[in-house]
Design a protein around this ligand. Structure first.
Ligand code: AMP
Ligand code: SF4
Length: 473
């Protein structure tokens, strides 16, 4: 769970509201609830019906916004964003929402996901004279919309979205309207709620709970919603495909108190843990989970196996992401400051250690070591998702196959690498079984990083570059 140890990319978080007196304040609270989805930057744009106001900055929501900023964000509609940035694009210019002012009408955009044909679109736009100021996909969408400026905005947005391939949930605010769209496969989560007469939209329903909004429904794949003083209008910009919601949302990203596509995240993780116990039982004295995201699965594993759940690992809540690890040699101390094993509990015990996933294997390796140093006689690692063997092209920064330990080694070899006495993963079928509605309908998930079967066409940058090179030969 210690994403901060690894510098991997996470999701971003979106929040929007239309028609509420306290739009900026509620967006601020909503972003707090979504803070786990990105800690590198936060921003809010509001509209008072005549003009848009913006405040954004690098860092956590609580450090970007002070009372005076919220007071300056006037109006009854707002969009907000929290972002996790890859190292190379962590600058202020990439913090969202992006605001484009013009004499006729301004627009602000925020998005979560990744456009798989961004490289091609960017090259195309630049060839046609657009000057792009950021490395963000959001700006590409904005330019594509602006290119259709002769059309009514709804049509210009639809025309732009048809060109964009990949995973995206996006919100766009003008002086008078709020637009919301989700990619045709619904790879990213996005829900609609209501607070009084105002509509709210959020990446996760935990944001609704915090602002006191009632959940209404999911945004449908391929849907464009337009909210204005006349109410909410739903249109489609693409034929909806079989939903392929990122399964890592259930496994790792989302908060346990959120419901995604009708399934509670904690309950889903518990089922994954139970299923894992059925598939990969082992004789042991205690089960422990890596805080926080693996706790639900560990409880499920314990319940199913009958092995007691214990608090073998504790996370220090006060170590921020900015914690300095000055040299490689002090990295181990860094891990210990973020996570401790509880000697009094694990000493002399055979431990089943549950984690939600393995990406590069560094977390598991360090935690096995911590548990053994605390006296665990055996450490059996059980992972509540299948091995990640394929890169993600949809906004999760696991794009380099060479970094994925499961793409390089067999399970036995991995167990040796991380120092575990045994290692097992949840099967793909087990994951699918854990993600079904009460009426037995599947939720429709993307499993591409486990199976290599991508729901959309993919356009790896290298392929595009080599095609271009061939064209020039
Ligand atoms: P690793 O140490 O590279 O194997 O990373 C695995 C750990 O990172 C697990 O404990 C997960 O909770 C967490 N994790 C999984 N996917 C991601 C991701 N895309 N970004 C950040 N952390 C992740
Ligand atoms: Fe999520 Fe994996 Fe699909 Fe990427 S490839 S969207 S991480 S399930």
């Amino acid at each position: 769970m210690l994403a901060e140890l690894k510098g991997l990319n996470e999701e971003c978080g979106l929040f929007a509201i239309f028609g509420h007196e306290r739009a900026a304040e509620l967006t601020y609270y909503g972003l707090h609830a979504l803070q786990h989805r990105g800690q590198q930057g936060a921003g809010i744009v509001t509209s008072n019906g005549k003009q848009l106001s913006i405040h954004k900055g690098v860092g956590l929501v609580r450090s970007v916004f002070e009372q005076q900023h919220l007071s300056s964000l006037k109006g009854t509609s707002a969009i907000g964003h929290v972002r996790y940035a890859a190292e190379q694009d962590s600058g202020f210019e990439n913090v969202q929402p992006l605001l484009f002012r013009s004499q006729i009408s301004s627009m602000a955009l925020a998005h979560n996901g990744e456009i798989v044909n961004a490289f091609a679109l960017r090259s195309q736009l630049e060839a046609q004279g657009s000057i792009l100021q950021t490395t963000s996909d959001t700006e590409i969408i904005a330019h594509l919309i602006k290119r259709g400026g002769y059309l009514p905005l709804e049509e210009a947005i639809k025309q732009a979205l048809v060109m964009v391939k990949g995973a995206y949930a996006f919100v766009l605010l003008t002086e008078e309207q709020l637009y919301i769209a989700l990619d045709p496969y619904g790879l990213r989560p996005l829900s609609i709620g209501k607070i009084d007469d105002a509509y709210v939209v959020a990446s996760e329903t935990c944001a609704f709970d915090l602002v006191g909004a009632k959940y209404v429904r999911e945004v449908h794949p391929g849907e464009l919603l337009i909210i204005d003083k006349h109410g909410l209008k739903s249109t489609m910009f693409a034929s909806p495909m079989q939903r392929a919601l990122c399964s890592m949302e259930y496994v790792y990203f989302s908060r346990p108190d959120s419901n995604l596509n009708g399934l509670n995240v904690h309950a889903s993780r518990k089922l994954m843990g139970k299923q894992l116990a059925k598939e990969a039982g082992v004789e042991a004295d205690i089960v422990t989970g890596v805080p926080d995201s693996s706790i639900s699965a560990a409880i499920g594993y314990a319940e199913e196996s009958g092995i007691p759940y214990e608090l073998g690992l504790i996370k220090n809540r006060y170590i921020g992401r900015t914690f300095i690890e000055p040299s490689q040699s002090s990295r181990e101390e860094g891990v210990k400051m973020k996570l401790s094993s509880v000697r009094g509990i694990v000493n002399g015990k055979r431990v089943v250690m549950i984690d939600d996933s393995i990406v590069r294997g560094t977390t598991s390796m360090r935690i096995v070591r911590l548990l053994k140093e605390a006296g665990a006689t055996e450490v059996h690692v059980r992972i509540a998702s299948p091995p990640i063997k394929h890169p993600c092209f949809y906004g999760v920064d696991t794009t380099v196959k060479e970094d994925l330990i499961a793409a390089q080694y067999s399970i036995d070899e991995m167990a040796k690498e991380i120092g575990a006495d045994s290692l097992a993963f949840l099967s793909v079928e087990g994951l699918e079984k854990s993600l079904v509605h009460e009426d037995s309908n599947e939720v429709g998930i993307c499993k591409a990083c486990f199976t290599g079967r991508y729901p959309t066409e993919i356009y790896p940058k290298e392929i595009y570059v080599s095609e271009k090179e061939q064209e020039h030969e």
